[in-house]
Ligand binder design. Structure first.
Ligand SMILES: [Zn+2]
Length: 343
């Protein structure tokens, strides 16, 4: 069992020995100074100090683009969110930078997805000396496992270790997001009780939007002829979406929850065979993965490949100004794209 599973959704890490903690922070701030230029160049919202009068605002660090978007929705304008993963960066395969460690070290609240998505995070937490409050957004969400569904066969090909925890792509069902943002609200209220009424109000507003998104998505998917409701994606990232909206998951190009799994000639033949047998009419590429293999498979199977600007937002949101800048926009983009290609 990974340590992440043992942590409560909201729990203060045990205080380290004061001298050790001070040393860890000192090291982190030296690193931070060295990398300030780099941080600024990245255009991140940054972990810079807030203006006078706002020093009570909690410092929030969120791992993924989704975690940061949810944190902004619940935290509102009063909080500053440092987002570790940039748009378009694959969360399964990430090397935290010294600047990331410095931000984690200084955080009052650290928000993560959980379910093994951020395999790099436990080491980053230890290395940073972080002793703030941690929110695991997945806490309380019912996790899918490969043998829950027709994906059992696909799982046979998953040679990558560390996925006993199940499918980490929980955000593709808005009902899960209602739970996830509830965990964020609890975490924010724990570190900043004075603003808890505001966080609760933001939570209620956002949950209402999630409810609208959910029913709208169902209506749109229902407009696809039943025989065409078949999804082929880059990797096994849309399991919760497929389950929620009644699509059929035909298979994926990388038949794994993890994008770093090996792609073999056999798995390419497999997916081409499945596409032909199922009568699926399109293959969907994901915004954070190269479309090359999807294109090869699409042309071998003789179906359309949806990629480029139309690629689905699976593991990461898009940059500001894109169709997937926020969770609500990204989900609508995905549904519109799927409906357009399959209807
Ligand atoms: Zn993924």
């Amino acid at each position: 069992m990974r340590p992440a599973q043992l942590r409560a959704a909201v729990g203060r890490r045990s205080k380290r020995h004061p001298a050790t903690a001070r040393r860890a922070r000192l090291t982190a701030s030296v690193v931070a100074t060295t990398l300030t230029a780099g941080l600024a160049a990245c255009g991140g919202s940054g972990a810079g100090s807030t203006a006078g009068g706002e020093e009570s605002a909690p410092r929030v660090v969120a791992t993924t683009t989704y975690a940061a978007d949810f944190a902004r929705a619940i935290g509102g304008d009063g909080i500053e969110v440092t987002q570790i993963l940039r748009p378009g960066v694959d969360p399964h395969d990430y090397e935290p930078s010294p600047a990331d460690l410095a931000a984690i070290a200084d955080a009052d609240l650290l928000i993560e997805n959980g379910v093994g998505l951020e395999s790099w995070l436990d080491d980053a937490i230890s290395a940073s000396g972080f002793d703030g409050t941690e929110v695991v957004m997945a806490d309380g969400v019912t996790i899918r496992h490969p043998d829950d569904s027709e994906e059992a066969a696909a799982a046979e090909h998953d040679e990558h270790e560390g996925h006993e925890e199940g499918d980490p792509h929980i955000w593709h069902d808005p009902r899960n997001v209602k739970i996830m943002v509830g965990n964020i609200e609890k975490g924010l209220a724990a570190v900043d009780p004075e603003s808890s009424a505001e966080y609760q109000a933001n939570l209620a507003t956002y949950r209402a939007k999630l409810g609208e998104l959910d029913s709208e998505t169902q209506r749109e998917i229902d407009s696809i002829p039943v025989a065409h409701r078949k999804l082929v994606t880059n990797h096994d990232s849309f399991g919760y979406y497929v389950q929620r909206y009644g699509l059929e998951f035909v298979g994926s190009i990388i038949p794994s929850f993890d994008t770093s799994a090996e792609l073999s000639g056999r798995s390419i033949d497999d997916i081409v065979g499945k596409i032909r047998a199922s009568g699926a009419v399109a293959v969907f590429s994901e915004s954070s993965l190269p479309p090359r293999t999807a294109q090869t498979i699409g042309s071998e199977a003789g179906v359309r490949v949806v990629s480029g600007e139309d690629a689905l937002y699976a593991d990461t949101l898009g940059p500001a100004g894109s169709a997937g800048a926020t969770y609500l926009e990204a989900q609508r983009h995905n549904t519109d794209t799927i409906v357009d290609a399959l209807r």
